[in-house]
Design a protein around this ligand. Structure first.
Ligand SMILES: NC(=O)c1ccc[n+]([C@@H]2O[C@H](COP(=O)([O-])OP(=O)(O)OC[C@H]3O[C@@H](n4cnc5c(N)ncnc54)[C@H](OP(=O)(O)O)[C@@H]3O)[C@@H](O)[C@H]2O)c1
Length: 489
């Protein structure tokens, strides 16, 4: 526990919670030494797991009060009037936190309200809610409680869908939020390092606009690493968070207030999201997928856009131009025009890329694991769909473009590739939309056979610049964002 405290201090924690109940100790004097030598202001907590444990719990908490520790935390079940009175009489500066847990029940406003009444009636200085959540939408009533509670409130939604309870807690007035330390992954807790470096929650206030990436899975998204520093760089009061969404319709229904200014849309919601926009930009409408949604400030309507299309196509064009300029063959016509453009994937990103390639006059051939989707997309862009199993041997001509817009090769499946190395020789340029990892197996092998390679990171950068402009209504700090991508992706 001392080592963890040291790490927390190093990583910039303001205070630590010392969960004494989770420690084994032979004598109370061990705890006394630990508390006396704490490195940061502390919350001393002890959840008794049995009646024998209750004595130990009270002994530890009383000791913490005697030692004038900043906070002690006691469970509602054992926070009787007699116990709280004794704590209050004995304490000099220690603040008393009483915590209540809601598990197995859905966290409705009514349930949480009743629990808060019970917690408040103990006379605690600070109250704490710990709530199991199954969906991100279960966190909304917690924000409601944070906004309206009369006493200082700490709230934690447990589980990976509860992450925003910590990341957005300060906006709604949470007394404090938790982060995990070191490499320890705790579902629902942001790493402390990310709180300090990317999110910088200390700058958040009730006016902070919320943006985020609606995706499932969402852990791979690098959006928070890019958009949060860019907001601060331009002085925009916003935060960008991962939003692990199962049911997109329900998500937009629940989080419909103006606090939520806009969203990036990722796997697998890009096509479904279009249905929940009030208006859709014509390009996104024809693509049939949105990757950006903005809540229009004037009337609160959700407007959908697609910044993937131009991001990918201009990245490919610029890579060609770079090569042609170097060899003195530059021209004003798109270098994609007339080329055979082999697209793998017909999901949201695939659709955007297919429309972009078609708009530049390429001949588009589509391979997708589910053939029906390839056929539908091919029809929409007047291209051709071929069965996925033909991809490996597809080689009608030299100098083709290959664009992978499938999830093949994405972490944690970095060892996979949609097209084996031997088949890459017919491609002049290979693009991979996958950007985690940055240098996918497909790109490595394409470079080895001499193709021009374009990374998904380049597309990511360009689509993020487009999103930033739409989110803030201002110009994106291009050089700054590119620098972050080069340094951190
Ligand atoms: N660089 C960027 O800026 C950027 C932007 C957007 C997306 N992306 C990346 O592009 C990829 C696709 O994203 P998306 O938004 O289009 O997702 P999506 O709409 O969910 O589509 C996923 C695509 O991947 C295919 N796929 C998934 N697992 C597969 C497997 N094991 N074998 C073959 N095909 C498989 C799907 O085929 P089925 O139709 O058969 O399911 C579908 O075509 C992701 O890796 C994403 O990170 C990158």
């Amino acid at each position: 526990m001392v080592a963890s405290m040291e790490l927390a201090k190093e990583e910039g924690a303001d205070l630590v919670e010392l969960c004494i109940g989770s420690m084994s100790f032979s004598h109370i004097s061990d705890i006394e030494q630990l508390l006396k030598h704490r490195l940061l202001p502390s919350i001393v907590s002890f959840r008794p797991s049995s009646p024998t444990n209750l004595c130990k719990c009270l002994q530890v908490l009383k000791l913490a009060i005697e030692l004038d520790i900043e906070f002690v935390e006691i469970d509602l079940e054992v926070a009787t009037e007699a116990v709280i009175n004794e704590f209050m009489i004995k304490r000099s500066n220690t603040k008393i936190i009483v915590s209540g847990h809601l598990n197995g029940e859905s966290p409705t406003t009514e349930n949480l309200g009743n629990l808060i009444i019970d917690l408040q009636s103990t006379g605690a200085d600070i109250i704490k809610l710990v709530v199991d959540v199954s969906y991100i939408t279960d966190v909304a009533p917690i924000f409601h409680m944070l906004t309206h509670c009369q006493v200082p409130l700490i709230a934690r939604a447990v589980g990976d869908r509860g992450l925003i309870s910590q990341l957005l807690g300060p906006k709604y007035g949470a007394f404090l939020v938790w982060g995990s330390i070191g490499d320890k992954f705790v579902p629902g807790l942001p790493p402390l390092a990310s709180i300090k470096q990317a999110y910088k929650l200390e700058y958040m206030n009730s006016d902070t606009k919320i943006f985020g990436v609606v995706s499932n899975p969402v852990g791979h998204s690098k959006g928070p690493l890019l958009h949060n520093p860019a907001f601060r760089h331009t002085g925009y009061n916003g935060i960008y968070v991962p939003l692990l969404v199962d049911d997109i319709e329900e998500f937009f229904r629940v989080y419909s207030c103006d606090d939520f200014g806009g969203f990036s849309v990722g796997i697998p919601h890009k096509e479904a999201a279009l249905r929940f926009c009030d208006e859709v930009h014509p390009l996104a409408q024809s693509i049939g997928a949105v990757n950006t949604i903005v809540r229009r400030p004037t009337d609160g309507k959700l407007v959908g856009y697609n910044t993937d299309c131009e991001a990918c196509i201009t990245a490919i064009e610029d890579a060609f131009r770079g090569r042609y300029v170097a060899s003195g063959q530059a021209s004003h016509v798109s270098p994609i025009a007339g080329k055979l453009f082999v697209l793998v994937g017909a999901g949201g990103a695939g659709r955007a890329i297919a429309f972009g390639a078609k708009s530049r006059g390429a001949r588009v051939v589509i391979f997708n694991r589910r053939f029906e989707r390839a056929k539908a997309l091919a029809k929409a862009v007047s291209g051709e769909a071929l069965p996925y199993e033909y991809l490996e041997e597809f080689c009608p001509e030299k100098g083709m473009i290959l664009a992978n817009a499938s999830a093949v090769g994405m972490e944690p499946n970095e060892d996979q590739t949609p097209v084996p190395k031997v088949s890459l020789k017919s491609y002049e340029l290979v693009f991979d939309a996958v950007y985690t990892p940055r240098n996918t197996r497909l790109l490595q092998e394409a470079a080895e056979v001499g193709a021009v390679v374009v990374s998904g990171v380049e597309m990511f950068n360009r689509q993020a610049l487009g999103q930033f402009k739409l989110f803030t209504g201002g110009l994106a700090p291009e050089d700054f964002m590119r620098k972050i991508i080069l340094e951190q992706f």
